[in-house]
Design a protein around this ligand. Structure first.
Ligand code: SF4
Length: 509
């Protein structure tokens, strides 16, 4: 009896890489998928120069990145190492070993091409009927940026630092003035400390100036696009708030973006982008209450997007006074009737209140009203502010209340993908700096997620057949056809086919 033993290291072994990669491995799926993509049309510069060292094919580098992003190998150095030690990667790259620098620059230099690839993939899924474009849900998740909290400043933080520095300078100066027994070296030490604090003060002053000139509420020194965000349960860090749109049919990602720290101003932009990309005339959009903003709901409604966005409670609800539900609005007369049965009128003037545009409603009856104590603490009487988008907001609220089951689909459609990206694939932080580059990582992640998801839905064999058909269709039929049609369309400049217009845009981008 002996332990199980490995092979003899001195034994020469004939090895076939093909046999060492499972038929349903992620490497094979990525290989099939990337081969179907029209790399040049998507914006990857896959052109050979007459002179110099031959470049790597963009498709090979894209395969490497897609393999890595699904398997928690995102850093270019880890990918470089994987090309030498990971048997699946060696198979996928056919033994190519690009340097970390090459991989990093390929990822950094092609943000638009990665975006186009993801959007092209979404269109492929739509053509294949895996994305229906009937119901979408939009939600966001946060990731940490390459910028520490120490290098993020707002005015309050700068003031706090300046106050501390002034205190320290005053303390050192007092000691110099009052302590006559100080040795020469002690005096020099204090003077050095004052000088150092003054230099620090200058640095904070220049950051303050930069912040003022930017017009923003905060500034990040390492990655200027990153913002201080609440990651979860009051844990604040510097990062990105990534918006993601998902289709209701198979919960596949359809679009993404990043910008502001919260969701308040993201709805219309995301929903309109999804509708345009999918080429549908009407679409239903589910969002949580963070997205409920009058302007955005109104914009969506006017553009064929039916919103189901969780309504926000009115700000006057918890102050112990009559809340807004006690006031009845008459749309015909544009008046409110209060609990004392008095009519509140407006002069029609639209005021700007912070970022909202509202009309104000008053009544003179407040002066002698017996219910006044329950209604208002304002000396001039109660007034109501009605957003100019109130009708759109109320219509949205009615839809949500009348279709609670439908609204509940929101959580099923969006949130579990974020768990997969963050917990299973480790996408809790970005490796790159700047909005465009961060979106490159997001696009790569979402492409991997969609591909992995359709691998589960269709099975590997069916997926392979489908990708084969696409490859043959594009490389042998569609590509020459698109090229001919693009020339033709350029001449007549009127085409109704969204797909062809999209492909034409890809070709010209
Ligand atoms: S205070 Fe004015 S608005 Fe309030 S109940 Fe009385 S009359 Fe109506």
């Amino acid at each position: 009896m002996d332990f199980i033993k490995g092979f003899d290291r001195n034994q020469l072994i004939m090895m076939d890489f093909e046999a060492n990669v499972a038929q349903d491995s992620w490497a094979r799926v990525v290989d099939w998928f990337v081969d179907t993509l029209p790399m040049n049309e998507l914006g990857f510069n896959d052109i050979l120069q007459a002179e110099g060292r031959p470049p790597y094919k963009a498709s090979d580098l894209l395969k490497l990145l897609m393999y890595g992003y699904k398997n928690q190998l995102r850093s270019s150095r880890k990918l470089e190492a994987a090309c030498k030690i990971n048997i699946e990667v060696i198979w996928l790259m056919k033994g190519l070993q690009p340097s970390a620098r090459k991989i990093a620059y390929f990822r950094k230099d092609n943000p638009k091409a990665f975006k186009q690839s993801f959007r092209y993939f979404v269109l492929m899924l739509k053509e294949m009927n895996l994305i229906s474009g009937e119901t979408i849900a939009i939600d966001s998740f946060k990731i940490r940026a390459q910028n520490s909290l120490k290098n993020n400043f707002n005015q309050k933080k700068i003031d706090r630092h300046l106050e501390y520095i002034d205190g320290k300078i005053a303390e050192y100066e007092n000691r110099l003035d009052q302590d006559d027994d100080l040795e020469v070296n002690q005096k020099e030490e204090l003077e050095d400390k004052i000088k150092w604090q003054q230099e620090k003060k200058q640095q904070y002053k220049s950051i303050e100036k930069e912040l003022e000139e930017s017009g923003e509420a905060q500034i990040s020194k390492t990655d200027p696009d990153a913002k201080s965000v609440i990651l979860h349960r009051n844990v604040v860090n510097v990062g990105y708030n990534v918006q993601a749109g998902c289709d209701g049919k198979h919960k596949l990602f359809i679009n993404n973006d990043t910008g502001t720290v919260n969701d308040t101003h993201a709805l219309a932009h995301m929903a309109l982008d999804a509708k345009q990309l999918l080429g549908v005339d009407e679409i239903n959009c589910l969002t949580d209450k963070g997205y409920t903003t009058g302007l955005h709901i109104d914009t969506c409604t006017k553009n064929g997007i039916t919103t189901y966005s969780s309504p926000k409670a009115h700000s006057s609800q918890d102050n112990g006074l009559y809340n807004m539900n006690e006031f009845v609005y008459d749309a015909e007369d544009d008046t409110y009737t209060c609990p004392a049965n008095q009519v509140l009128h407006t002069n029609g003037h639209i005021c700007k209140k912070r970022k909202h545009r509202v009309k104000r409603y008053y009544t003179k009856a407040c002066n002698e009203c017996l219910l006044r104590e329950k209604c208002t603490k304002n000396k001039k009487g109660r007034f109501i502010e009605r957003s100019i988008y109130q009708e759109a907001l109320e219509e949205n609220e009615r839809r949500v209340n009348q279709n609670p089951e439908y609204y509940r689909l929101r959580q099923q459609i969006t949130e579990h993908q974020f768990g997969t990206l963050k917990r299973q694939w480790g996408f809790t932080f970005t490796l790159l700096k700047g909005k465009e580059n961060v979106l490159t990582e997001v696009n790569l992640m979402m492409m991997c997620y969609n591909l992995r998801r359709i691998m589960s839905i269709l099975g590997v064999d069916l997926l392979k057949s489908w990708l084969n058909i696409l490859y043959i269709t594009f490389s042998r039929l569609l590509k020459p056809l698109v090229s001919i049609l693009t020339d033709f369309l350029n001449k007549i400049k009127n085409c109704n086919s969204r797909k062809l217009v999209f492909l034409m845009q890809l070709q010209t981008s």
